[in-house]
Each structure stands twice: as structure tokens, then as C-alpha cells.
Write a protein that binds this ligand. Structure first.
Ligand code: ZN
Length: 231
């Protein structure tokens, strides 16, 4: 009886082992940082380095004095995406042409800093932002088509820390919001000078996903996480 139980237990373990390994490889987390570079970029880069994980930065042109950090992001092996130069909704969502012009402006900065074009885009406010409708008729639908036609991959998110809400959330609360045990997680965070609590939350977020066997990945041309266009 005892022997039989032991054998069944062993059989169960043998059956479970490969499944656990498989499950581990299947869980993916993408750490994404919008609105940088900023005076917090260096801190974010150091935390990612220390934890041996890579992230994706969707950059803007809002702090030209921080542009050298874009070069550093690339040197450290992180992915860089475009988040428009101005991040000004009235300007970028006025028309497809206006958006493309602004996108080219930040593309030029990225090329200057890294020597490479980026084919990744995150729309300010996301594809589902409802503010855009005040500026351009069906502009989000048109923009998604324009991005696809130009070979850009636009990416939204499915988890957010909440660091962009008006209310200042504690690092613990931000981490709690960002830790969701889904199979594929794309986390939205912000890399601006005001987001000190995001920097403090980041190690907790990384630890949570490490403890659960997630693979940390950078956004690439094939990464899909898209909202339906808001208009
Ligand atoms: Zn943004």
C-alpha cells in the first residue's frame, strides 16, 4: 500500500515537472515606460540592470536635456518606441499628417541617439483614448491604418500601475496594481521626473513576476496588445 502510494506520488511528480517548466516559458511580462526620458530614467535603467531584465521605453521630446539617456537605453539593450515628440493631443490628433509629422520628429531624435529607426509606437493616451475625437474625425482608426501601412507596430497595455492618475499613489499601491497573474502582461508605467514612486515600485513589480517564473521580454515587431480604436 505504502509502496504503491509512493510510486503514484512519483509518477505524479514526473508528470507535473515538464508541465511546470512549460508553464514557466509561457508566462510573459513586458515592462513599458512612457513619456521619458526624464531625470528618473537613470534610476529606472539601474534597477533593470540590477535585476537583469529588459524593458521598453516609449519616448517623447519633452525633455531634450535628457536625450542622451535614449542612447543609454539602447546601449543597455532595451527596446525604444516612439510616443510622439510633443505628446500634445490637440496637435498630434488633429490629422494623420500632423501625427506623422510629429512622429518623424521624435524618430529623428531616436536615430540621432541610437543610429537606428524605431518601428514601435505607442499612441499618447492609448489607441482607446477618447480625447482624440475632439481633434480629428475618426482619427484613431485612421492612425492605426497609417501605422500598419508604414510598417509600425503600435502597442497598448493590459495592466497599469496607475501612476498617471491625478492622485499620488504609494509605491506599494502602484506595485499592487501592476501585479496581475495573467499569462501575458504588458504593464504601463511612466518615466517622468514626477514619478518617483514608480521608481520605488519597480523592484517590487519585477520581484513579483520573477517569483512566479515569468519571462521578461522587450516589445518587438510581433508583440500584440491593442485596444480597439476609440473613434
Ligand atoms: Zn504618454
Amino acid at each position: 500500500m505504502m509502496k504503491k502510494m509512493m510510486i503514484s506520488a512519483m509518477a505524479a511528480m514526473m508528470l507535473m515537472a515538464p508541465q511546470t517548466a512549460l508553464a514557466k516559458t509561457q508566462k510573459t511580462v513586458y515592462l513599458t515606460f512612457d513619456d521619458g526620458p526624464s531625470r528618473n530614467t537613470l534610476k529606472v535603467l539601474n534597477i533593470l540592470d540590477k535585476n537583469h531584465v529588459k524593458g521598453t521605453f516609449f519616448v517623447t521630446g519633452q525633455q531634450p536635456q535628457c536625450f542622451p539617456y535614449i542612447k543609454m537605453m539602447a546601449q543597455k539593450g532595451h527596446a525604444i518606441g516612439l510616443h510622439t515628440y510633443s505628446h500634445n493631443y490637440a496637435k498630434v490628433y488633429a490629422s494623420v499628417n500632423a501625427f506623422n509629422k510629429d512622429l518623424d520628429q521624435i524618430q529623428k531624435v531616436v536615430v540621432k541617439e541610437t543610429g537606428h529607426q524605431s518601428k514601435l509606437v505607442r499612441f499618447p493616451g492609448g489607441t482607446n483614448n477618447t480625447v482624440s475625437r475632439h481633434y480629428g474625425y475618426k482619427v484613431m482608426t485612421k492612425l492605426t491604418r497609417s501605422m500598419n501601412a508604414q510598417g509600425y507596430n503600435y502597442i497598448d497595455w493590459n495592466v497599469e500601475t496607475g501612476d498617471a492618475t491625478g492622485r499620488l499613489l504609494s509605491p506599494t499601491q502602484l506595485a499592487k496594481n501592476a501585479c496581475v497573474p495573467m499569462k501575458n502582461v504588458v504593464i504601463l508605467m511612466h518615466d517622468t521626473s514626477a514619478k518617483d514612486n514608480t521608481v520605488k515600485a519597480l523592484p517590487m513589480i519585477i520581484q513579483y513576476y520573477k517569483d512566479r517564473g515569468y519571462t521578461f521580454k522587450k516589445v518587438n515587431a510581433n508583440t500584440r496588445c491593442r485596444f480597439k480604436p476609440a473613434n
